[in-house]
Design a protein around this ligand. Structure first.
Ligand SMILES: *Cc1c(COP(=O)(O)O)cnc(C)c1O
Length: 425
């Protein structure tokens, strides 16, 4: 039965066998993640109950959106889950990049400096900050930027960070996930150590964490270890694949309000912003998010086992503790990277017949290939694989609305390599 249904998807017996081997090895590796998932599901549920979530909160508002009780309740729930005094979580935040830009522009003024103690930030942030010249960047507003690289072994360069902080340093930005870098993603505990170090040098510095892809992977979030601002996207983990748009900013009330004055207008801030019917999918998505994160991690461990078994470098390794949902696989050639992404796409529920090609995506400095046949455009929590077209041709794989879907997509990726003679089995 299983064989025949897999064969309907044109997956060859050798690839199915490879998958079965990986699946067998995977079982003992997932125990801890199951427990984390259960904990996080209860954390979400408890936050909803505590906020008195009610039927009326699911309704839409229009126009200015004054007194949108659902929106305010969602923001209270987000503040609880991500351990901040206040939250901003809205459909007017169009993406993770936008959420981060709003947090930065809202809290920085001309003459201030940003420090990244973890190397270069995510590609799209480089445009926001002005590391890569771009119109309207923080740099154009007289906000400077300093970066301290990680040490060759991936550890923080404590001396470099201490030396990198000066009287103008207003904000430290810490990216939890690897982004498009071959480095480990940071555990929340490790982020906490970095924040404590910065605060000892100067307690006034705002510590912001880019939490994209990290939500619900661990039992604690950056706000639990001292982050002043935690920022992320709703078309990633916390939207659960159901939120159709959105981003969140949680943290100290003053800093969240500053961000809100930038998102809407000075003097308006958090008071306005109609939700037009997004309250229901925001809440339903959040409710399912820990479960979807678990499916995603299961897929990531599966892919890690499968590809390390056929000698591709993978990060993290199958047995390593996870700090985000991203699985990096180093393919070594453009041809293999493209074949894998095309295979992933062919397993999707939407646009399975489409062949993704590399293109010059806005915000990125080289061509990128992206496979994402999701219900929500670009939603990388569904199942997606993408990679910049530059050596060593790494695919970043993440998401999986359900485990069977993640498994099928990954097997389709393997099948595409196999069919092109790029993976002899
Ligand atoms: C995805 C991502 C972003 C940007 O989010 P978008 O929603 O794609 O704009 C920023 N930082 C990290 C680490 C990400 O993974």
């Amino acid at each position: 039965m299983k064989q025949t249904i897999m064969e309907q998807f044109s997956i060859s017996p050798q690839v199915i066998a490879l998958g079965e081997m990986a699946e067998e090895k995977m079982k003992p590796l997932l125990k801890e993640q199951e427990e984390i998932n259960e904990y996080n599901h209860y954390k979400v549920l408890h936050a909803m109950q505590q906020a008195g979530l009610s039927d009326a909160h699911l309704l839409p508002t229009t126009g200015y959106g004054y007194n949108d009780l659902g929106r305010d309740t969602i923001e209270e729930i987000y503040a609880t889950i991500f351990s901040g005094e206040a939250g901003l979580c809205r459909p007017q935040i169009i993406s993770g990049t936008h959420a981060l830009a709003v947090a930065l522009f809202g809290n920085l003024r001309p003459g201030d400096e940003i420090l990244s103690p973890v190397g270069a930030p995510y590609d799209t942030l480089q445009g926001v900050i002005g590391i890569r010249p771009s119109k309207g960047s923080l740099r154009e507003y007289g906000i400077s930027y300093h970066q301290v690289e990680l040490l060759p072994d991936g550890e923080f360069d404590w001396d470099g960070i201490a030396n990198g902080i000066n009287s103008r340093t207003k904000l430290v930005t810490i990216q939890r996930s690897k982004g498009y870098c071959w480095r480990e993603s940071f555990s929340v505990k490790k982020i906490g150590e970095l924040i404590s170090f910065v605060k000892r040098l100067n307690p006034q510095i705002i510590c912001m964490v880019d939490n994209c892809y990290g939500e619900f992977v661990e039992e604690i979030e950056p706000g639990d270890v001292g982050a002043d601002l935690t920022v992320g996207s709703l078309i990633k983990n916390p939207g659960g694949g159901i939120a159709p748009i959105g981003g969140y900013i949680v943290g100290k009330k003053e800093y969240v309000e500053n961000a809100a004055f930038r998102l809407t207008a000075p003097g308006v801030g958090m008071e306005a912003g109609a939700t037009l019917g997004t309250n229901l999918p925001f809440l339903q998505g959040l409710y399912f998010a820990p479960h979807v994160v678990k499916s995603s991690i299961k897929g990531a461990v599966f892919a890690s086992l499968l590809f390390s078994g056929v000698d591709f470098p993978v990060l993290p390794k199958p047995e390593e503790k996870r700090a985000d949902i991203v699985q990096a696989i180093s393919f070594g050639s453009a041809e293999k990277l493209i074949a894998f992404c095309q295979g992933i796409q062919s397993g999707s529920p939407v646009d399975s017949f489409v062949k993704p090609e590399p293109w010059a995506m806005p915000g990125y400095d080289c061509q990128v290939i992206m496979a994402a046949g999701g219900f929500i455009q670009g939603s990388s929590i569904e199942l997606s694989a993408d990679g910049p077209l530059k050596p060593p041709y790494i695919a970043y794989l993440q998401g999986g609305l359900s485990w069977p879907y993640a498994k099928l997509g990954i097997l389709k990726g393997v099948q595409a390599l196999h069919a092109k003679g790029l993976l002899p089995l």
